[in-house]
Ligand binder design. Structure first.
Ligand code: WT7
Length: 656
């Protein structure tokens, strides 16, 4: 799309009025904002009525800042809410998932009735393996239905799952297993990606060498590759699960039973084990799925194109949609498995009505050209969503025109692993939308933008995003580290949740999210801390020092740029720099994940430091972004920056 066309679009249609077609049939009515604001806690109690409780809660919110309890005297079972209740209501034949494999033509249709049988059998198998209430079970799985089944079986028993994205390394898996002391692991022999099988089980075997407390491993056969086997510890899914009874009578657990642990990067090298409990989390994912996506369970075919290894997959492929009893598409592959038009063919084939994905994917699809979506019938779509990072107006407009045919509202949804569910988004049919803006807090949610001193900024001004009062799906903390939880989120602005994002209120008072303001990077919607990558680099024997920054990237939003000084001994002059750089990139992939591989590594004899010895990351960011450099007077040796800029081949140079 040309710049001029974009400008014209932005000038003419900067704001899109709510779609009248939506307004007529929307699940939410305009009064919803005022109703919720009048008494948010009671409003959430009403929303908790979306769940099937064994014992209805009489408590609502107990708030001992920063620790919240919601609906604490209620009891329920998450798995029953997702599956059994729909079967009991006569919807056993309704499709829960159209699963689409990486390979062309491979698909499975799973009804709610079939899902119930699968979950019951898996639950019985976990019991046989020894899993009990309160245990933590790690899940390291590709995007196959058994991943969903395993998660539902784990929470059915009152245990918690800690899903580790299958792209993470053995090291990353083992540190996560150890941190929350998981005693069981569910995995697969391998995964498929663009037709190629890649093994997963060897990473589990390697990880478990340092995890003596793991008693059992349940392994799905997906690729049929050779696997090593530890007798007594390892169990094939097709053996132990398949021979179980298809009945399981559930127990019910208190609302505050921990059900999810999900590791996410903070500003230090150690990822945080964010945990969520049952009643509040399920209430808010069910409620937001209903209002934000305006789902009609009878007719919608919903596709959240995310991985179950991230919170988006938990909240909007599993819990939110299943509680609402909708039919979904679950896709195993990457956007170009089987061709660059694969997505459009999936939408056409299954007549998807709702599509939810990340800006980085939209930009990738956009790069492949609008001819591809235009060659397919996408008229079934009625709503589009985006999540994970700020969406640039150009990508938003492309999504609107070429995917949504200018008729589908776009919901730009802001939230975090910690928030559990969407907190900021337009409501389709009710809220106007603007390309690039998440617009406003959802009903029952209090959001503000504040300055350095914690005072609200006016319209047209920017500041820090804070959440002003507790919400049901808020994280209950960092696993095993309540102090870090307080420190990270609740001390910067006393009494308010500090999200770590910058935000702006425009002249109309609408919210624009501006990205992280801390050392957290957002690479293709994946959250990584600069320190985590620095830590990995410094762990390599040849590296003396490393500084990592996130630089803008056209496709991935941000990309990792690392500045590295080598140890005198390690700087083997005979070794080609290109070889060293590749070795370091592979090292980071091994320690963290291929997604953490720096786009660029610059070997430099020195890093720019302040007189007190701190690395000046701000300057490195400027160099990486090719911006002119500001004040460098506090540097011990200002020429270092110019030297680095030259090494990078950028134009950056000190302004004086
Ligand atoms: C960070 C949270 C929530 C699931 C995916 C990411 C950024 C998320 C938006 C959005 C601008 C966004 C924020 C946030 N982010 N959604 N719509 N607009 N930024 O979860 O890995 O916990 O990352 O993603 O910076 O803090 P996460």
């Amino acid at each position: 799309m040309s710049e001029a066309k974009l400008e014209a679009w932005l000038d003419e249609t900067r704001s899109f009025a709510p779609s009248p077609a939506f307004a007529k049939q929307a699940n939410a009515q305009p009064s919803i904002y005022a109703d919720a604001a009048a008494d948010p806690v009671s409003w959430w109690r009403k929303e908790a009525g979306r769940l099937l409780w064994e014992k209805e809660p009489t408590n609502t919110l107990e708030w001992d800042l920063p620790f919240a309890k919601w609906f604490s005297d209620g009891t329920l079972n998450a798995s029953v809410n997702c599956v059994d209740r729909h079967v009991a209501a006569g919807k056993g034949d309704k499709v829960a998932y159209y699963w689409v494999g990486d390979a062309e033509g491979e698909s499975r249709t799973i009804t709610y009735g079939e899902l119930q049988v699968m979950v019951n059998k898996a639950t019985n198998a976990l019991i046989e393996m020894g899993v009990k209430k309160d245990d933590r079970v790690a899940v390291y799985m590709p995007m196959i239905p058994e991943a969903v089944v395993a998660m539902l079986a784990i929470v059915r028993l009152g245990a918690a799952h800690s899903v580790v994205f299958a792209g993470f390394s053995a090291d990353a898996l083992s540190s996560r297993i150890l941190d929350s002391d998981c005693t069981y692991v569910v995995t697969a022999d391998g995964a498929f990606r663009r037709g190629a099988a890649s093994p997963l089980k060897p990473a589990v075997d390697e990880a478990l060498q340092t995890c003596p407390n793991v008693k059992g491993v349940l392994v799905v056969r997906r690729t049929g590759g050779e696997v090593e086997w530890t007798e007594g510890r390892d169990h094939w899914w097709h053996e132990i699960v398949e021979r179980q009874s298809d009945e399981h009578t559930p127990e019910f657990f208190p609302s505050e039973q921990t059900m999810i642990i999900m590791y996410t990067s903070g500003t230090t090298a150690k990822p945080k084990g964010i945990f969520h409990t049952t009643g509040g989390y399920l209430t808010q994912v069910a409620s937001t799925y209903n209002y934000v996506f305006d789902v009609k369970p009878e007719t919608d075919i919903c596709w959240t194109a995310a991985d179950i290894g991230w919170i988006t997959g938990h909240s909007y492929i599993i819990y939110g949609p299943l509680i609402n009893g909708v039919t979904q598409i679950m896709y195993e592959g990457v956007p170009d498995s089987g061709g660059k038009d694969r997505w459009w063919r999936i939408i056409e084939q299954f007549k998807a009505t709702i599509l939810y994905t990340a800006p980085t994917t939209i930009r990738t699809l956009m790069k492949w050209g609008h001819d591809l979506p235009q060659a397919h019938d996408l008229s079934s779509l009625r709503l589009l969503g985006t999540v994970g990072e700020p969406i640039n107006p150009e990508a938003w407009m492309w999504y609107r025109e070429y995917v949504g045919g200018n008729r589908c509202p776009i919901v730009d949804t802001w939230w975090q692993t910690e928030t559990g569910a969407i907190l900021i988004s337009p409501l389709p049919g009710i809220t106007a939308t603007k390309p690039g803006a998440a617009m406003r807090a959802l009903p029952g949610v209090g959001v503000d933008v504040v300055d350095n001193d914690g005072n609200s900024v006016g319209n047209g001004e920017g500041g820090y995003l804070v959440i002003t009062h507790p919400w049901p799906s808020m994280t209950r903390g960092i696993y095993g580290d309540p102090e870090r939880f307080k420190e990270t989120y609740w001390t910067r602005f006393p009494g308010k949740y500090f999200a770590g994002d910058g935000a702006k209120r425009d002249d109309d008072g609408d919210l624009w999210l501006l990205g992280r303001i801390d050392d957290v990077m957002n690479i293709s919607g994946h959250r990584l801390s600069t320190t985590e990558v620095e830590h990995a680099l410094v762990g390599h024997p040849a590296v003396a020092e490393a500084a990592v920054v996130g630089a803008s990237d056209e496709t991935t939003g941000q990309a990792i740029v690392a500045f590295v000084t080598l140890k005198a001994s390690g700087a083997d002059a005979a070794k080609d720099q290109v070889v060293v750089i590749e070795e370091l990139r592979m090292h980071v992939a091994k320690v963290i994940s291929p997604i953490a591989k720096p786009r660029q590594i610059i070997l430099t004899p020195e890093l720019p430091k302040t007189r007190s010895g701190k690395i000046m990351r701000r300057l490195l960011r400027d160099v990486a972004e090719n911006r002119s450099l500001g004040d460098v007077t506090t540097l011990t040796d200002p020429t270092v920056v110019n030297m680095i800029a030259e090494l990078m081949g950028t134009e950056a140079g000190s302004e004086d």
